[in-house]
Design a protein around this ligand. Sequence first.
Ligand code: NI
Length: 393
Amino acid sequence: MEIMKAIERYTDHAIELRREIHRSPELSGNEHDTTKLIRRELEQYGIQVRESGLETGLIADINGKKPGKGRMIAVRADIDALPVEEKTGEEFASCVPGVSHACGHDMHTAALLLAARVLKEMEDDFCGTVRLMFQPAEEKGDGARAMIAHGALENPRPDAVLGIHTWPDTPAGMIGVKPGPSHASSDTITILVRGKGGHGAHPYRCVDPIMASAYLLTQLQTLVSRELPMTESAVLTFGTIHGGTAANVIPDEVKLQGTLRCLNADWREKLLASVRRVSEECCLAMRAEAEVTVKEGMPPLVNDTEMIEKLAASAEKVLGPDHVHRLQTASPGSDDFAFYLEQVPGILFRMGTGNDDPATHIGLHNGGNRFDERGIPTGAAVMAQYILDYLSE
Ligand code: NI
């Protein structure tokens, strides 16, 4: 409980920081003031920021002073906000119209600053290194890759990586853990269906891309039910379909755009191949042509099962028993933390932010969702305890 005392000493300040960040949210890639605030705080705690060349976001190491050959663990907090109007009515609500911390990344930032402050004070008690990764642009999906490109996983390479995310379904004061698949992959699919336009009264002289698209959409929806085992899950949604200009004209082409979510890297690959096959062959049967483009998004986020169990043990050590919420299902949402996990084993756990106020359960990415700030000391304490346990292993 030594850690909890240190955490409690600085909790009020961490909550003030969260509110300061919350009032001035910044969109992905524009987190200049947030980065300045983080730098200011780290320097006050005596933590030196590494010159990484990142425009926003930053990297800093805390080196343990205890003699011995220590390991390195990296810990990430994402720092960006969303283009969502805030409707929480909080006194510290966003001052920027149309922008808010509706995903709670301000909570992550405050929690990691709090954990860092306590770990820095305890530097004599551990050997090894804690790498702090304050990551920009998670919401755009390219922040983790930018961090990696700027050396976040080098000099030296971390042995493990730890991440945290707010979770409205878990009560504040608890953490949520999900061993194995935790978040889905997310790829954007564009299908251009090419036909041959002409008079709506003479379809035999044309190749109708609208009919081909209609058939194609229903065929594609058989992939999840017919090509995936019942023990796996995936979602394929087409959110846009555009084509045509008049009721009596067959257009030249139709464009469809959709998203594929999977919990497993192999099935992601197989289903993407199936989308291509079905699109091409189905259109061919109707004399049309399909051009499929996939913009690869985030990979599935799969937690290391052994590390999750050890984190749960660390959490019970610092929070007491019955403070670990075991989540039964993965989230169909994505997190670019998965890019770190492609290179280093690790885990992402959830910081509970729910309470009796129904507004804390509205859900992430909604401008009305409130976050219980007790999640900050809880998340920080679990991060600090787990990191110390990991480094002393
Ligand atoms: Ni988020």
